[in-house]
Design a protein around this ligand. Structure first.
Ligand code: HEM
Length: 539
């Protein structure tokens, strides 16, 4: 039996309790997707008012009926939802309704964004979010995990991307369906890799390099599938449609002053508005919630592979260090001691947009997984010959490096996608110019108060974080995907102002400027750093 584990760690093996996917709502067949296709209707007729909107969602959105229908909708509670699948459907359809309500209709006849979400949506949405333990805002789970159907149940591979359809989109376009389905199919294909991560952990505990190698090969297989699927984004999702027609509905309400939401959104009926009077408008503004919008960065998948392979990410702009052999030895001896989560604040915060079970899986994985340390220690012998295929350590290292290489190439491909779908589009002209409309908030907040608050908005921090419970300071490294502010000073011309205000998330940036995240983060700089940290993890 090999002896790559430190003795102390071996003694602890008897205490080892393997992670079980079912404890984290992870499907052995579908990974982070539910095992069964998402429900297509809530069983209790009580929820017909929601289902009625979803029956003709795109038509209502196109015809500007959503806001009226939502205002007319009764305030329903979640007590008649009977299963996790029902909560997932409720959360998903309320996410579509809420974002349609807030962002209104885009394009030439644009409606201004609404800073208020009526109780008919906010109350049940927050309740479903509490049950599912994620933020009440559209997220990857809502549009990719709980929004798919199988077209032919008898197909050879029912979860193949060409056998999947979405249940809902905002734009009604095939491009938007495809944008979601690439992630959906990737999650399903990656179930194999998630199972393999657990197997590799057992291999490490058993000090069994062949088992670790086999598991790493399985992970590599999943990562190859993920790479292939990512490349297929170009096939049926047009960058122009993505940038100008889809992305804006997926926006959240954090750092959205330019889009007409300087304070975020007030969830009426949830964040007590009863005590509001015109004199204490500031306390009202503090009750507004700020959340990032939907992004595939909210999939637990990539973070799970990062943790499994020991790929660490540091705050944007900071250089991190890869662990040494001594660190590896220490970690192998200290199993059970929780590791600090990945230190990039954006990636850590994205976990608040994942269902509770998946978030806990990442946390427990981080305190259990020692694959990189094991490979590093096993290969620490200076005389280990790179090409010696007979040495199980060499083969294991090759398998490990193959996984890291595939993670890097995924991130290379992803950067190219971001360049074509966001950076290049942001430099083009918008589809049409629109005229300015008064913000919806002006009927509640007195104009002077509104203006004062706008002036002070940089020092006001409304509630944020999971379920809006804790008050978090604005983080300048957050949400590069939700804003495309530009480096140069804004133009003083009124037409430029109108264009930027109403084009919201999708807007043109000047030639020579970079697409930045809120507070100045350059999205590409962030993604390149994450990619480089991945590459540097090779052993
Ligand atoms: C049109 C397609 C896509 C675009 C335009 C896009 C855009 C972005 C952008 C701008 C970021 C930077 C962080 C942020 O602002 O959210 C990001 C991060 C991220 N995206 Fe995408 N994305 C796309 C598709 C995907 C897909 C299909 C996946 C995989 C399921 C994915 C996974 C990630 C991950 C994991 C991150 C965090 C950074 C990392 O771990 O490398 N993205 N994406």
């Amino acid at each position: 039996m090999p002896n790559y584990l430190p003795q102390k760690s071996k003694r602890r093996m008897s205490n080892y309790v393997p992670l079980r996917l079912e404890d984290y709502d992870i499907s052995p067949n579908n990974g982070f997707l539910p095992s069964e296709p998402p429900l297509q209707r809530l069983s209790d007729p009580y929820y017909e008012p929601w289902e009625h909107i979803m029956d003709r969602f795109n038509q209502y959105l196109l015809a500007h009926h959503i806001r009226r229908l939502v205002r007319e909708m009764p305030v329903l509670d979640t007590s008649k939802l009977t299963s996790p699948a029902e909560f997932q459907r409720a959360f998903t359809i309320l996410s579509f309704i809420a974002h349609a309500f807030v962002w209104g209709r885009n394009g030439a006849a644009s409606e201004p964004a609404s800073e208020f979400l009526p109780p008919s949506v906010s109350i049940p949405w927050v309740s479903a979010a509490e049950y599912l333990q994620l933020n009440p805002v559209v997220c990857c789970a809502a549009v990719c995990h709980w929004n798919w159907q199988i077209l032919d149940p008898n197909a050879k591979d029912p979860m193949d991307i060409d056998n999947l359809g979405t249940l809902y989109t905002f734009s009604g376009s095939m491009d938007e369906s495809w944008f979601y389905l690439v992630t959906t199919a990737m999650e399903a294909k990656s179930a194999r890799g998630i199972n393999a991560i657990l197997d590799a952990i057992i291999g490490v505990e058993e000090d069994n390099p062949s088992r670790v190698t086999r598991a790493l090969n399985e992970i590599a297989h999943s990562l190859r599938d993920a790479n292939n699927l990512l490349e297929r984004m170009y096939e049926r999702c047009d960058p122009y449609v993505f940038y100008w027609k889809i992305r804006e509905f997926l926006a959240g309400w954090e750092n959205m002053a330019e889009a007409g939401l300087p304070y975020g959104v007030l969830y009426e009926g949830v964040d007590d508005t009863d005590t509001f009077s015109l004199d204490n408008w500031q306390s009202l503004i503090r009750r507004f919630r700020k959340y990032a919008g939907g992004s595939a960065a909210q999939t637990p998948l990539l973070q799970a592979f990062d943790i499994a392979l020991g790929i660490k990410h540091y705050p944007t702009g900071e250089k991190g260090l890869q662990s040494s052999v001594d660190d590896a030895r220490n970690r192998l001896q200290r199993r059970g001691v929780p590791e600090p989560p990945t230190a990039n604040s954006y990636l850590v915060r994205m976990r608040d947009y994942m269902p509770g079970g998946h978030r806990r899986f990442l946390e427990d994985l981080a305190s259990t997984c020692r694959i990189r340390e094991y490979v590093l220690l096993a290969c620490s012998d200076a005389f280990l010959q790179a090409g010696d295929e007979k040495d199980d350590r060499v083969v294991m290292r090759q398998a490990y490096n193959e996984c890291v290489g595939l993670m890097k190439s995924f991130r290379d491909k992803h950067i190219m996608i971001v360049t074509r779908y966001i950076i290049a589009q942001a430099k083009n002209s918008p589809p049409s110019l629109v005229t300015s409309v008064a913000p919806v908030s002006s009927h509640i907040i007195p104009r002077s108060a509104h203006d004062q608050a706008l002036a002070r908005s940089s020092s006001t921090h409304p509630p944020g974080g999971r379920l809006g419970g804790d008050s978090l300071p604005a983080d300048p490294t957050m949400y590069p995907q939700t804003n495309t502010t530009h480096a140069s000073q804004p133009s003083s011309s009124s037409s430029a102002h109108i264009d930027r205000k109403n084009a919201r998330l999708a807007r043109k940036v000047d030639e020579g400027s970079v697409v930045r995240g809120t507070g100045g983060t350059d999205a590409i700089q962030f993604l390149k750093q994450v990619r480089n940290e991945t590459a540097n993890t090779k052993i």
